[in-house]
Design a protein around this ligand. Structure first.
Ligand code: UDP
Length: 243
């Protein structure tokens, strides 16, 4: 198969159908704009399975996604889309760069969900965009930006309530979107412990509760078992229709 693109955590292949791509999830892990590199055993399979389950479930709730099916444990078939080069981050609780840039204490519950747009450009270090810079770069029209914000907030409502049922707090997460051949905006990429901050409500210790890539970023150990816990709780909550 023809390789279309290789990213840090996934490889994209063309298929016989020009409207369909195959995404293969890797165990490779990177952090701090790829300055830290490693492997998380079994991550490809876990992130692929979690993404498939959550995208199928969000699709059933009326969120348009690029997901088609999961032909193998590390593979997703997805609709071919043109990725909008923006990272859309939604935050419910202060962590990570929000704390560094604002001085808010980690764990501060935000009075409303924050939606932020970052430029998806590794060479520039994925900078945070202001509304005017977003307009200047014109990577999406103002009405598309509004649609991205609406979709991100709807996804946050669904996911926050869902993770609550898993006894996990959805702290923040990153989404990517693409345009299909009809210019429709579809949720794309992945939703996984690589792209979300997830805190275990069954643990009170601030390090023990971390169930996401911060375990890798901060060398907290037990990365694989944290990812497995997330997968198990999600699949148990969704039930057989999505597993
Ligand atoms: N995130 C991501 N990819 C990126 C940057 C951020 O998936 O390139 C996710 C990250 O895992 C977290 C959220 O987006 O769930 C917010 O990340 P933040 O801006 O705090 O950056 P970080 O502290 O991870 O550098």
């Amino acid at each position: 198969m023809e390789k279309r693109y290789e990213g840090k955590a996934k490889i994209l292949y063309a298929t016989d159908d020009p409207d369909v791509l195959l995404t293969v999830f890797k165990d490779d892990a990177t952090a701090f704009n790829a300055q830290k590199r490693g492997q998380i055993q079994g991550k490809g399979e876990i992130n692929c399975t979690i993404t498939a389950a959550l995208f199928a479930w969000l699709g059933s709730l009326g969120i348009p996604t690029h997901y088609l099916d999961q032909p193998a444990p590390t593979q997703l078939r997805v609709k071919s889309v043109q990725i909008i080069p923006l990272e859309v981050v939604v935050r419910n609780i202060a962590a990570g760069s929000l704390c560094k840039q604002t001085g808010l204490a980690e764990g501060t519950v935000l009075p409303f969900p924050l939606v932020e747009f970052y430029l998806k450009d590794d060479a520039l270090g994925d900078p945070l965009l202001t509304p005017d810079r977003l307009r200047l770069l014109n990577l999406a029209t103002p009405s598309q930006v509004e649609e991205l914000r609406r979709l991100a907030l709807r996804i946050n409502e669904h996911l926050s309530a869902f993770f609550q049922r898993c006894e996990i707090t959805l702290v923040d997460f990153k989404l990517e979107f693409g345009l299909d051949s009809h210019q429709q905006i579809l949720l794309a990429d992945e939703i996984s412990p690589d792209t979300c901050r997830l805190w275990d409500q069954q643990q009170s210790d601030p390090q023990a509760r971390v169930l996401d890539k911060d375990r890798f970023r901060k060398d907290l150990g037990q990365v694989e078992s944290a990812y497995q816990t997330v997968q198990q709780r999600i699949l148990a909550q969704l039930g057989p229709a999505y597993t």
